[in-house]
Every structure is written in structure tokens, then in C-alpha cells.
Design a binder for this molecule. Structure first.
Ligand code: G4P
Length: 318
């Protein structure tokens, strides 16, 4: 499967961001906690150099808790401030506020030395489409804040949201596009629904997801769809030997066969077989009685994307 990104007004957006970034002290970059690297556009590092940097591991509620910690440490080691986040909830906003102040300590100190008091920190939210930028801005800004409008001479044409006396947020987020030569990155973006499903082969995508899940989160599919992920003795076609009073050599042979059978239940079923079982389990059947693999594939992807398969992370730091 070949993943292509159709960037629309990419160049224009990038130029806009280059302009906007001149106005701010802090870049608040949202990434998807399920694919923190694949959902970044590395251009932001060049664009945001000399700025304070905060990474929000957003949709952390959908990602594996232990992996969230690993990713947090990973980005902190690279000098970023990091907060795990569910942007729909207000409960992380105090931590974010505190982290913003912490990340801009040097600027605040510089201002203080120059006798400038109470100049708010100016921040801009950036990230790839669908990562949660608008949700975050709405939750963080809440209803109470005033949109400050244009600031003549400084920010012509820009809308700022005054969050409190310390922080102002540029009203419109900066949209970055994912960047990949690596098809595995494209596939991860497709898994989380950041690519247009109409341009993808959903059946193949679902088989790749099944492969990943059975290897990395064994048991998740079995539990959700009441199926078996492993080949059972019954599946491998060999018949059970009856217990008899057989001579020793036959007993030994039986033991060999049992060992083999035991081994067979350690073997994962082919992804297509698992998709088939999901189709059966969820009654995805066409008129005429044929299994509807595409319906099962769409259902599986939807269950994954909405967190119904549990908290799952699709990549770990390399
Ligand atoms: P964007 O501005 O970066 O493009 O993203 P936006 O805020 O529109 O968010 C995209 C979708 O992601 C929204 O779902 C939003 O509710 C959801 N979302 C944002 N942050 C979080 C989070 O931390 N956790 C979870 N679980 N979901 C989050 P939506 O409007 O329902 O769109 P969709 O689900 O129909 O695609």
C-alpha cells in the first residue's frame, strides 16, 4: 500500500507560520501520544529555534500509559517541556499553565532585568491536522477569556486570546503537515485516522493493524471480539491421540505429538483469518451470505481509533 499525503495549501501555511512564529515566545506543539514521532513535522524544530518549546502528548487517554511515560522522558531528554494531555478535559490546564511559566523563565527574567513588568508570554499552538489543536485552544481558553483583537503596530491582523495576565495565545493554530519518506509512518497516520480513508485500502490497513496488535498487545482482539488469536489444536488439523495402554514407543510418539500441538497453540493466526473471525463475530455478512471483510475492517479501525480496544501506542522511541 502506498501512502500519499495531499497537502493542499502547505506552502502558504508554512509561510504564514514563519511570520507568526516571529511574534511569539513559546511554541506549544501538539503530537498524538499514540504516534508521537510520526505525528510530528520535524520542520518545526527549524521554525521554532530560539523559542521556548512545549510538547503536549495529546490524546494521552487513548495511548498506553506506560508508553506515555517513556515518550515524556524521551522528549524531556531532548530539552522539551512535556505534558501528557487529554485536551477535552480541563484538569490538565493548571499543569500546562505552570509549565508554560517554567518554560519561559529565562524570558521573564530578561524582561525583569530590563524593567519590563507583566509582559505576557505569547504562545502559538501548532500541530498536524486532527491532533487536537482547536480542542486544546477551546479547553485552555475556556469561555471567560476575551479575544483581544488586533494590536496596532505589533500584530496587525492577528487575534490573540488573553488567557490570564501571564499568557496570550494566538487565536489560530499553525497547521503542519506530516512528513514522511517512510511508509511505516504513513501507515501509523492512517491507523489513527489522520489520512483520508477514501484514499486507502481499508482491508489491507486493518490487516496491518491486526498484525501489530497481535504482536504487541496480544489478547486485545480476542477479548473485544470473543475470538482466538492463536492457532488451537483443533485449528491445526491434527487429531488428538486417544489415551490407550499402548506400548512405550507409542507413548513416546504421543508425547512428541502433544509437544508439537502445544507448540501449535503458540502460533498466531494469519491476520486475514483473524479479520474473518471478527467479521463472523460481528455479523458482517453481505446479502447472499458472503463475509463482508471491508465492513469488519472499518469496524476494527473505528474501534481502535475511538479507544474501544483499550489504550494502545503504535510506536516507541528508536
Ligand atoms: P485539530 O484542530 O488539530 O485539527 O483537531 P481537533 O481539535 O479538531 O480534534 C480532532 C478530534 O480529536 C476531535 O474529535 C476531538 O474531540 C478529538 N480530540 C482532541 N483532543 C483529544 C484528546 O485528548 N483525547 C481524545 N480522546 N480525543 C481528542 P471529533 O470532533 O469528534 O472528531 P472526530 O472524532 O469525529 O474525528
Amino acid at each position: 500500500m502506498n501512502f500519499q499525503w495531499y497537502p493542499g495549501h502547505m506552502t502558504k501555511a508554512k509561510r504564514q507560520m514563519q511570520e507568526d512564529i516571529k511574534l511569539i515566545d513559546l511554541v506549544i506543539e501538539l503530537v498524538d501520544a499514540r504516534i508521537p514521532l510520526s505525528s510530528r513535522n520535524p520542520d518545526i524544530d527549524e521554525l521554532g529555534k530560539n523559542k521556548s518549546r512545549l510538547i503536549l502528548l495529546n490524546k494521552a487517554d487513548l495511548a498506553d500509559e506506560s508508553k506515555n511515560k517513556v515518550w515524556k522522558a524521551y522528549f524531556q531528554n531532548q530539552g522539551f517541556f512535556v505534558v501528557e494531555l487529554d485536551a477535552r478535559k480541563r484538569n490538565s490546564m493548571k499543569i500546562i499553565q505552570d509549565t508554560i511559566m517554567e518554560s519561559c523563565k529565562a524570558k521573564i527574567e530578561r524582561d525583569r532585568k530590563r524593567g519590563i513588568k507583566n509582559r505576557p508570554i505569547r504562545a502559538m499552538v501548532v500541530g498536524i491536522p486532527n491532533v487536537g489543536k482547536s480542542t486544546f485552544i477551546n479547553t485552555f481558553a475556556g469561555k471567560a477569556v476575551a479575544r483581544t483583537g488586533n494590536k496596532p503596530g505589533v500584530t496587525k491582523g492577528k487575534q490573540w486570546i488573553r488567557l490570564n495576565k501571564n499568557v496570550e495565545l494566538l487565536d489560530t493554530p499553525g497547521i503542519l503537515w506530516p512528513k514522511f519518506d517512510d511508509q511505516a509512518v504513513g501507515m501509523r497516520l492512517a491507523f489513527i485516522g489522520s489520512m483520508n480513508d477514501n484514499l486507502l485500502n481499508i482491508d489491507e490497513l486493518s490487516l496491518e493493524l491486526i498484525r501489530y496488535l497481535t504482536e504487541n498487545y496480544p489478547g486485545v482482539l480476542a477479548e473485544r471480539y470473543s475470538i482466538r488469536e492463536m492457532l488451537s489444536d483443533a485449528d491445526d488439523g491434527s487429531e488428538q491421540m486417544e489415551k490407550t495402554d499402548a506400548p512405550k514407543e507409542i507413548d513416546e510418539k504421543r508425547n512428541d505429538v502433544s509437544a508439537e500441538q502445544e507448540h501449535s497453540s503458540d502460533i498466531m493466526k494469519e491476520p486475514v483469518k483473524i479479520l474473518e473471525e471478527i467479521a463472523v463475530s460481528r455479523n458482517c455478512i453481505r446479502t447472499g451470505g458472503e463475509l463482508d471483510y471491508s465492513k469488519a475492517a472499518a469496524l476494527l479501525l473505528d474501534d481502535f481509533r475511538s479507544g474501544r480496544l483499550g489504550r494502545i501506542t503504535l510506536e516507541v522511541p528508536v
